[in-house]
Design a binder for this molecule. Sequence first.
Ligand code: PLP
Length: 374
Amino acid sequence: MPDTYLDYNATAPLRPEVRTRIDELLEFPANASSLHRFGREAKKHLEDARKTIAEAVSAFPNEIIFTACATEANAMALRGFAGRHVLVSAIEHSSVLRHPGEGRDPRSSSSERPDMDPGLRRDDIIPVTSVGVVDVAALDALLAKTPGALVSIMLANNETGVIQPIREVGEICKKHGALLHADAVQAIGKIPLDFTALGADMMTIAAHKMGGPVGAAALIIRQDLAIAPLLTGGGQELRRRAGTENMAAIAGFAKAVELIDFTHMQKLRGWLDTMEQALPKATIFGKASARLPNTSCLSSSSLSQEVQLMKLDLTGFAVSAGSACSSGRIEPSHVLLAMGVEKALAATAIRISGGWATTEDEIKAVTSALQSAG
Ligand code: PLP
């Protein structure tokens, strides 16, 4: 592992307290549906975790449906309402952008860039402005043509950190009888979340971007909303998501939630702001908008993303070129292109994202590395 890890938006390092909690719970066989004492104990840990997480995001415990990952939670939200037209923003994560669209087979994709070729029609994509914020007027106009649609807009973008005006979007959705899903995977643990006040009908959260384990996420669903399950079988999760719950990982998720520290996050924003000021020639993407406290997406070099990443890796810094790409191939970011950034400039953008263990010295060190990168 490089000395300085600054790719928290891909996955944060596991917090030691979370690891301890998971280790304890892996000691005994745990199927929360079993009636014997092991099962009852597993159930208690599961329900305690549900309460902790619900309280932290101002939701009711019975609104939390645990899933294996955020991709699954997003798929459940998008596919759970047959007959509703789906509109998504242009800067969504590929798990949302690749929604197959009505009547399309999710496995079919005709493009080399599946994230840029969603099954959704071009006019089902809500544009964003040059500062990375969803164009609410365009959404209003789209919904006027498709009332009762299902809208999916992320709370904060994984590449630029730009925070979206979800409350305002919620008002517009209500006006048109539309449902709203907010992907809050990058927001949880970084900014306060209040599901009830947000005005969204559904919200996705996940553990592994905030110091919890991979393997635990949730779709939060307004309690009076009927949704078709994505996975059918057993009656787990109030019959909304079949499959034995990953109780140890879920308890680890709750532990990570208990350890949320917004004061540290605010300090991190200050250190990143100082870094950005120390790179006066750099383009900082989304700088004019409200951003997550842990993210800075910038272009400070004319070298390609690959070369910059390799050079930084060799000097001990793990950063990324935007969203983690399963193929390992870097393409100009669809987020930056949607903001109207020139392809050549987008091809030099890198993302620095810190988190719970990041120190001021680490940000100072990466600042120097960027200054001397050329
Ligand atoms: N949504 C957002 C905003 C993300 O950043 C990610 C992961 O990068 C996901 C969804 C999908 O998460 P996972 O790959 O853990 O399912």
